[in-house]
Design a protein around this ligand. Structure first.
Ligand SMILES: Cc1cc2nc3c(=O)[nH]c(=O)nc-3n(C[C@H](O)[C@H](O)[C@H](O)COP(=O)(O)O)c2cc1C
Length: 379
C-alpha cells in the first residue's frame, strides 16, 4: 500500500501493533505490519536488551517505540523509590493483602509495593527515550499528554516521526501545534488509558479539525485506534480518512503475547460488554477486563484507587501473584485476574499467532475493499 503514512514510517501495510512483547513487535513488522514496542514496563537496562533483540529479529523491517511521558507528572521528577513507597497509605497495602487472600492468593505486606521506580517517572522516561534513539526506530509515540519538546527535538534531529495518542480533537490540535508528525485518534473502545468519545466519531472529527487548522489530508496522517480487531474495521476507518489502524487488544490474545494463558482464555470468553473503564489499574481511567479486582476497588465502601503513578506500584505485584495462582488452577484467582483490554475483545474467537493476525487483517481488508468497489460499480 502507498500513502503518506506508509512513506513516513516505511510500513508496507499500515497496521500498527502496540505491544509490550518484543516477539509480537518483530513478528508483526516481519509480516508487513508495523510493530510498536510499549516501553512503560521496562527499566532502561531491560529496554536496551529488548531493542537489541528486535534489531536482530526484525529482518530490517521498520518498527517503533511508545514511551509514556505524562505531562501532569512533572512534580514527581527526582523522587526516589522510597519517596514513592512512602506515599502509599498502609490501609491500601492491607486492602490488597485482604482482597487477594479472599481469592486464594497469598501476598506478604512486604511484597505489595513494586520495588522499581515507575518507568513513567520523567527522569526514567528520558533515559528510555535516549536508549530508543540509539536503535533504528522508524517512529516514536507518546501518550498521556503533549509530546515533550525534548522528544520532538531529538526525533527531528534523528529524522524519526513523532506520533501522539489523543482522545479529543482539542488534544489533537495541541499536539500538532507542539510539532508532532502523526496523530493516533484513539476512541473510548480502546484498551488502556482512553477518553469517552467513540472511534467512529473521533477519527473524522480530528481529520476535520486538522483541515481547519490548515493541515489538509495527509499533511499530518491520522491513524484510527480503539476497537479495531479486524481488517474490515481497518478498511472502514480508512474510508473515513484515517491512513492506517493502531491496535493493541488483538495482540494480547496471540501465542507470542506476554499475557498469562488465563488472560488469553478470559479474552476468548469475553463479550464486548465485559470491559470497564476504571481507575483500578493505573489510577487513571483505563479500559480493562471486568473482574473482581476492579469491582472491589470501584465499590463505594473500599479505599479509592491511588492516583497515577502510585496505583501501578501496588497493582502490578498483586496481579502477577493472581496470574500465578490462576494458572495453578484457582477459579477464584481467575475471577480476580484482569488486564488492559478494549471492547473489540468480543470479536476475538481464538488465540492465533501474530503473523496469522496480520495475514487475516490483510485478507479481510482486501475483501471489504473489493465489496465496496463492487457496490459502487453496480450503481
Ligand atoms: C496492555 C496495553 C497497554 C497499553 N499501554 C499503552 C501505553 O503505555 N502507551 C500508549 O500510548 N498506549 C497504550 N495502550 C493503548 C494502545 O497503544 C492502543 O492505542 C490501543 O490498544 C488501541 O485500542 P484497541 O486496544 O482497541 O486495539 C495500551 C494498550 C494495551 C492493550
Amino acid at each position: 500500500m502507498d500513502n503518506d503514512l506508509c512513506r513516513l514510517t516505511g510500513a508496507e501495510f499500515p497496521l500498527f501493533a502496540f505491544s509490550h512483547c518484543r516477539d509480537v513487535v518483530a513478528a508483526v513488522s516481519r509480516a508487513g505490519g508495523f510493530g510498536v514496542l510499549g516501553c512503560s514496563s521496562f527499566g532502561s537496562h531491560q529496554l536496551e536488551e529488548e531493542l537489541a533483540w528486535i534489531d536482530a529479529h526484525v529482518d530490517g523491517k521498520p518498527y517503533g517505540v511508545d514511551i509514556l511521558f505524562p505531562q501532569v507528572q512533572q512534580a514527581s521528577s527526582g523522587m526516589s523509590m522510597d519517596d514513592f513507597a512512602a506515599a502509599i497509605p498502609p490501609g491500601h497495602v492491607d486492602f490488597v493483602v485482604d482482597l487477594l487472600a479472599r481469592h486464594d492468593v497469598t501476598i506478604a505486606r512486604s511484597e505489595v509495593i513494586r520495588d522499581r521506580l515507575p518507568p513513567t517517572a520523567p527522569d526514567e522516561a528520558e533515559r528510555l527515550m535516549e536508549i530508543a534513539f540509539r536503535h533504528p526506530i522508524r517512529l516514536i509515540a507518546n501518550a498521556l499528554g503533549v509530546a515533550p519538546p525534548l522528544m520532538i527535538a531529538h526525533a527531528k534531529a534523528a529524522g524519526v516521526p513523532v506520533a501522539a495518542l489523543v482522545g479529543t480533537k482539542d488534544h489533537a490540535i495541541k499536539q500538532v501545534q507542539a510539532g508532532v508528525d502523526i496523530i493516533v485518534a484513539q476512541g473510548t473502545e480502546a484498551a488502556g488509558h482512553c477518553g469517552d468519545i467513540s472511534t467512529l466519531v473521533l477519527v473524522p472529527e480530528v481529520i476535520r479539525a486538522l483541515r481547519l487548522l490548515g493541515r489538509p489530508y495527509g499533511d499530518i496522517p491520522v491513524i484510527a485506534a480503539g476497537g479495531i480487531v479486524t481488517g474490515e474495521q481497518m478498511a472502514g476507518a480508512m474510508a473515513m480518512g484515517a491512513q492506517g489502524a493502531w491496535t493493541g487488544t488483538v495482540w494480547l490474545a496471540t501465542t507470542q503475547a506476554e499475557t498469562s494463558p488465563v488472560i488469553r482464555e478470559k479474552m476468548v470468553e469475553a463479550r464486548s460488554q465485559d470491559t470497564v473503564r476504571s481507575k483500578a489499574r493505573s489510577g487513571k481511567p483505563c479500559r480493562q477486563l471486568k473482574s473482581a479486582w476492579n469491582e472491589a476497588w470501584d465499590s463505594p465502601d473500599t479505599p479509592d484507587p491511588l492516583p497515577f503513578p502510585l496505583m501501578p506500584l501496588i497493582c502490578v505485584p498483586a496481579l502477577n501473584k493472581t496470574f500465578a495462582a490462576a494458572e495453578a488452577g484457582s477459579v477464584s484467582a481467575k475471577r480476580l485476574a484482569t488486564y488492559e483490554s478494549g471492547q473489540g475483545v468480543g470479536m476475538i474467537e481464538a488465540v492465533r499467532s501474530a503473523t496469522a493476525v496480520v495475514q487475516d487483517f490483510k485478507q479481510e481488508f482486501a475483501d471489504a475493499f473489493a465489496q465496496f468497489v463492487r457496490m459502487v460499480a453496480a450503481d
